[in-house]
Design a protein around this ligand. Structure first.
Ligand SMILES: CC(C)(COP(=O)(O)OP(=O)(O)OC[C@H]1O[C@@H](n2cnc3c(N)ncnc32)[C@H](O)[C@@H]1OP(=O)(O)O)[C@@H](O)C(=O)NCCC(=O)NCCS
Length: 228
């Protein structure tokens, strides 16, 4: 297994890997491959922390990082960072590759002077790389009450003392919402991939009808269970 920086020749393969990894995991289909596609030209993207993992002669993993901001309780903006999407190909999941890729990337981030990371994710995975609830170090999640313990909002001070005893609120960078902001561009991009069926599945984020707001619980309700 090797880890190296992503190169332009890898872009399509890595976006396809991202699509395979995220498909139907958090929603029917996924958007993360488009997020990655668009982020590479975003000034917040960090090319020195754009890693691929190779095994058996193919790319099986990828992670990217982004500059981010925290608004402190006195209104000033504090520089921070985030990461994701992180992807391991479905054939290689739960074999320890994801944690190895993340730990490698975190070490490189620390060496670059990145002192603090926060992101949304499952603590059962990220705790293995040193993450804990962001609320424990007084980083709040935008739109949530400041006294809320948001179970999916995680943080880690990579350089001891970088965050210190501050208090502030994090809002994910706009680049992560590009598929919702540009639905037509996303649809055109997605049409360039092999068809895959979208399904509603347990464990996904709640889905709602875009017309009436009704919660969607079955593939029939979703009404889009054909090749994307
Ligand atoms: C999440 C992901 C990157 C993890 O990589 P991985 O190689 O499968 O994970 P690892 O084998 O390194 O996991 C290490 C430990 O983390 C935990 N873990 C891993 N994935 C988990 C998950 N989805 N839910 C809960 N715990 C998880 C387990 O304790 C695991 O150890 P175990 O297999 O002995 O139980 C990968 O599964 C993936 O690409 N998933 C789809 C995309 C995604 O969800 N990305 C993250 C978005 S926040």
């Amino acid at each position: 297994m090797t880890i190296r920086l992503e190169q332009p020749k890898d872009w399509r393969e890595v976006e396809n890997l991202t699509r395979e990894a995220f498909w139907n995991v958090y929603r029917p289909g996924c958007q993360e491959h488009f997020v990655l596609n668009q982020y590479r030209s975003n000034p917040a993207f960090i090319p020195e922390l754009d890693f691929v993992m190779e095994e058996d002669g193919r790319i099986i993993g990828h992670v990217m990082f982004s500059k981010a901001k925290i608004t402190l309780s006195d209104g000033t903006v504090f520089p921070s960072w985030t990461f994701g999407p992180i992807s391991i190909h479905p054939d290689y999941k739960r074999k320890g590759y994801g944690i190895k890729l993340l730990q490698y990337a975190l070490e490189k981030a620390r060496e670059m002077g990145i002192g603090l990371l926060q992101m949304e994710g499952n603590i059962d995975f990220y705790k293995h790389a040193g993450f804990d609830l962001a609320s424990k170090i007084r980083i709040h999640y935008h739109g949530e009450p400041t006294d809320a313990e948001v179970p999916y909002f995680l943080a880690q001070e990579l350089i001891p003392g970088y965050w210190g005893n501050r208090e502030g609120t994090y809002c994910p960078p706009a680049g992560y919402f590009v598929a919702d902001a540009q639905p037509e561009a996303f649809a055109a991009y997605e049409a360039g991939f092999p068809p895959k069926e979208k399904h509603l599945k347990p464990g996904q984020l709640p889905q709602f009808c875009q017309n009436c707001g009704m919660p969607l619980t079955k593939d029939e309700d979703y009404g889009n269970n054909q090749a994307a």
